[in-house]
Each structure stands twice: as C-alpha cells, then as structure tokens.
Design a protein around this ligand. Structure first.
Ligand code: ADP
Length: 289
C-alpha cells in the first residue's frame, strides 16, 4: 500500500506526533508531499522515512512542512495535484477548514482521502477538537499569567490579542480559564471594556481583556480606550506565534494519538472520510459533507 501524508494551512502543535504515529504503523508505505498542496502540485513527494525522527514526536512544528497554496483552488493546478494524489492508495490531509475543502475536492474526484483536523483555531465543522488547540490555549493562559503581574504592579490594565482567524474559540476558552474581565469575540464594545476597566480600577485592581485577532488594530484599540478613560493605563500584548510553537500539552499528544489511531483504523478498513472528534473526544470517521 502507498499512503501519502500532507499538512496544509497554518502549522499546529501536535502535527508532528500525528505524523510520527502514522509512520510508525505503515513505515515504508508512507510518503509525504512537502508543504502541503504546494508539494502535491509540484511533485515534491518523498518517502516519509527521510524526515521523521523519533526526537521530534513531542515537538511543535511540522517536519513535512506546511503552507497556504491558493493555486490549488485553480482548476489547472488542482488537476496536476489530483493526478499526483491518484498515484496513492490513500491521501491523508491534516489542516483546517480551508484544507478540508481541498481534501473534499480530491475525494470527490476519486482520491481515497482522509481529512484530519489540525489547526489551532479549532474551527472545523462538526468537530470538537482539532490538533493544536490545547497547546494554543495553554500558551495564551501562560501569556496572561506572565504579563498580568507586571501590569498589576503598575496599576494598569491589559489587552491580549489572541489568534483564531475568524474563530474566537482560543480566546473564549482562555477567558474561561483565566477568568478574564472581557473577551471580544466578534466585535469590540468600547463602552463595555471601559466599564470593565473602571470596575477593576475602583478596587485598585487590573482588568484582563482578551481580543480575538482580525477585529481591529490592537494598538489603536488601546489608544482609543486610553482616550476614553482620559488616562494612559491600558497596555496591550500580542500573544503571537508561541500559540503555534509552544511545546504540545499532554492533552495534545493524547489527542494526536487518538486521531492517528482512528486514521490507521480507517486506512486498514479501506474507508475514506473525515476523522472527527465528538463531544466526548472520541475520534471517529464521518462522511464528507
Ligand atoms: P486552514 O486549512 O488552516 O483553514 P486555509 O484556509 O489557508 O487554511 O486553507 C489551506 C489551503 O487549503 C489553501 O491554501 C488551499 O490550498 C486549500 N483550499 C482552501 N480552499 C479550497 C478549495 N475551495 N478548494 C481547494 N483547495 C482549497
């Protein structure tokens, strides 16, 4: 059997563990397309044994590389990628909801495809956990824990910019864990933030405000809030790439193992589809929708 693996879209901690597990099971039967759909189009396809190393299995990053490849949406490039994909008995694609659309296209064109959710954003439909989410949340919690003591010492409040593209799950989960004073999921409500800050400052305390990325420029948000408050007390912190590069949590490694086990089972049964985590984080195969 020949199995092709590729990662697509943003990298997510835990992808390496998933890749390692698949390699351990199928060894010389496994290949990878370097940097996702880009490698598939350009024929950069190699044996997985070239890059998989035991010492990377618990690390963030992606040994087979990943990328965004807008060309794959164009018919002529898609066709080339599809022809390369058809040389394999199975194609396993790990990525977010964009990558899933690519996976579905391949599936609908006769490629035996398995899609595995791998994205810190946790934005795959019908899926309760995607590889990378736990670590991204952990890094945001650390950021709040590491920044707020200094903010409090200076009697200030802080805005934290949190990743998620158009999805606020990392921000909302972090907000719950740190008991944030306000979380901006889809819009920034200035008056509410000012109220949250004033309530804290009246008690000599500091407000923790979480803002999902892609809403507004965080520096400008801080400036506006300071203007509204009439005093320069609002600082901001962009949590940034540690959300992707942080060491995978134990939950991450466990979930990557579960996704790999379900993927292996599906390959052995000859079953294509979406490898999804349900409410109780059991991983099972569903049809493409
Ligand atoms: P993510 O998978 O993390 O959501 P993107 O939305 O950037 O990331 O999608 C990753 C890649 O998936 C895109 O760069 C493109 O190669 C592929 N893709 C996205 N949408 C489609 C589509 N409609 N058809 C084919 N490929 C797609």
């Amino acid at each position: 059997m020949k199995i092709l693996l590729l990662c697509s879209g943003g990298d997510a901690p835990g992808m390496n563990r998933f890749i390692y597990d698949i390699y351990k099971e199928f060894q010389n039967e496994t290949y990878y397309a370097a940097a996702g759909f880009d490698g598939l189009i350009n024929g950069r396809i190699y044996p997985l044994k070239k890059v998989v190393k035991e010492e990377d299995k618990n690390k963030a990053g992606v040994v087979i590389k990943t990328s965004r490849c807008p060309e794959f949406k164009e018919k002529k490039y898609f066709k080339v990628g599809m022809e390369n994909a058809k040389k394999f008995d199975f194609v396993v694609i790990c990525g977010g909801n964009g990558s899933e659309r690519g996976a579905k296209e391949l599936y609908e064109n006769g490629v035996k495809t398995l899609f595995v959710p791998g994205t810190i954003d946790n934005d795959v439909a019908d899926n309760y956990y995607s590889i990378g989410f736990s670590t991204a949340v952990k890094e945001c919690v650390y950021a709040v824990q590491n920044v707020m003591p200094s903010i409090e010492s200076m009697n200030r409040s802080c805005l934290f910019e949190i990743m998620g593209r158009e999805c606020s799950q990392i921000a909302t989960k972090t907000a719950k864990i740190v008991k944030a004073d306000y979380v901006a999921k889809d819009k920034i409500e200035y008056e509410k933030i000012v109220d949250a800050i004033l309530r804290k400052h009246e008690k000599g305390k500091s407000a923790t405000i979480l803002i999902r990325e892609n809403l507004e420029d965080i520096e400008k948000v801080a400036k506006t809030l300071n203007k509204m408050l009439g005093i320069d007390i609002v600082k901001f912190h962009i949590v940034g790439r540690t959300q992707r590069g942080g060491a995978p949590t134990k939950e991450e490694l466990e979930m990557a193992d579960k996704f790999a086990a379900a993927t292996i089972k599906a390959i052995k049964k000859g079953q294509a589809g979406r490898v999804l985590a349900n409410k109780i984080l059991k991983v099972e195969i569903k049809d493409f929708i």
